[in-house]
Design a protein around this ligand. Structure first.
Ligand SMILES: [Zn+2]
Length: 119
């Protein structure tokens, strides 16, 4: 009996946007609302001066997290590790911010003008 490859179909971008939590849409269009959870993994030199540390942030709106490692030489970020909650990332497609904005707007109950009218 021939075996069939099971390929899980990826929902369309429109379908994924329809099912996306409003908080995820808002963070995609308005950016995350980062708060500081803690500073950790503090690396010091032999005199106890901080060389670098990792800041743990969490978004107040969508619960995404990120770890950013910061060098105290110039306080630039030298490493980033984002951690997204389940359902935040789209499957198989990149969602443009404008499409997230369109979905967010459509949930507000207002109609979108027909093309060519009232522009
Ligand atoms: Zn967020």
């Amino acid at each position: 009996m021939p075996t069939r490859n099971r390929v899980r179909s990826v929902p369309t971008m429109a379908k994924q946007l329809e099912e996306m939590k409003l908080s995820f849409l808002l963070c995609r269009t308005e950016r995350h609302k980062w708060d500081i959870v803690t500073d950790r993994d503090i690396i010091t030199d032999q005199w106890g001066g901080v060389v670098r540390f990792t800041r743990h942030n969490r978004c107040d709106r969508c619960d995404a997290e990120r770890l950013i490692t910061i060098s105290t030489a110039d306080f630039t970020v030298i490493h980033r590790s984002p951690i997204y909650p389940p359902g935040y990332l789209a499957r198989g497609v990149r969602i443009p911010v404008a499409e997230a904005r369109r979905e967010q707007f459509s949930r507000g109950g207002l109609k979108i003008a027909k093309r060519g009218r009232n522009r």
